[in-house]
Write a protein that binds this ligand. Sequence first.
Ligand code: FMN
Ligand code: NAG
Ligand code: NAG
Length: 285
Amino acid sequence: MENLLGFSSFDDMFRKLSENPAKLSVVLGLIYLTGLLCVSSIPYVYWQFFERKKHQAAVAKGQAKSAEAVQLTANASAQQPSSGMPTPEQTFQLMRTRRTIFPRDFSEERVSRQEVERMLEAANWAPTHGRSEPWRYVVLGQDGMQAFANATLEAIDRQDIDPEVARKQRGKIEKKRDNDMLKTSFMIVFGMKRQALPEKRMPEWEEIAATSCAAQNLMLMGTAMNIIGYWSSWSEVAKDDIGVKKFLGLTEEDQCLGVYYLGRSQSVGQYRNARGLCSEKVTWM
Ligand SMILES: Cc1cc2nc3c(=O)[nH]c(=O)nc-3n(C[C@H](O)[C@H](O)[C@H](O)COP(=O)(O)O)c2cc1C
Ligand SMILES: *[C@@H]1O[C@H](CO)[C@@H](O)[C@H](O)[C@H]1NC(C)=O
Ligand SMILES: *[C@@H]1O[C@H](CO)[C@@H](O)[C@H](O)[C@H]1NC(C)=O
């Protein structure tokens, strides 16, 4: 039987190789190369072995980590008053149900201080760049509202404006004072603290945006509690007046972002509102 190298037996091989140095060197060369291949692969085999071990360790650690994450989430939700989230449908329904209702349609039924506090707690969870939490609230009861109206009227009188414009402004606030305010359980003045943290000065628009996010939280929480309201700009000429700001505990660079009249109403559901198409306000790129 002849193999590839042309030997019929070991004896034949030894004999032929000893007679033929060229063939001998080819065979020796092949043996050498095979050995070299084996030896040189040892580090690779070792490397593969340790890589596999490392990978297995990483997988085990990852599983432990995700188990911990699940545990953390479970613990966090256990601390929340209600364990379940509202469904997307309920959430969307809540947002669509929130509606501006004007004080003329407020009912006699009053909102309690505890309910307002709950709404303010919800507001306090708004996002905020730099954790400045710039929202500041002044909650006005009946006396507070009257005093605020008075401070606003005084501010209008101080403005260096056309007397006719001032007279109209006065009239609007007096009307609010003598009608709307009397029907309102509480008025929440939305304040924006320009620099809530001494070491951090964020862009002004971000503080206004954060305060507005808080306002939306507050209104949605109210909607869920059957409390309605009306966000009003208040007196455009007076709200930037330093006297009004002082009255509200704000400083010159802080801002009043309007007021929110709070109440209850039988007219919920009768105030309808439509929106333009969402898709027309969106660009996908
Ligand atoms: C910043 C801000 C200021 C507002 N100021 C006034 C206002 O001065 N007078 C007014 O009638 N409505 C005011 N609104 C309420 C809008 O009229 C109301 O949101 C809009 O008609 C949409 O109705 P909806 O809130 O029921 O969806 C204000 C709303 C926002 C967000
Ligand atoms: C979660 O709470 C349990 C029981 O209160 C506690 O044993 C566990 O350590 C907590 N886990 C984390 C990740 O905080
Ligand atoms: C507001 O002004 C009116 C009229 O000047 C006054 O009668 C009333 O006492 C004032 N109210 C408050 C709370 O300051």
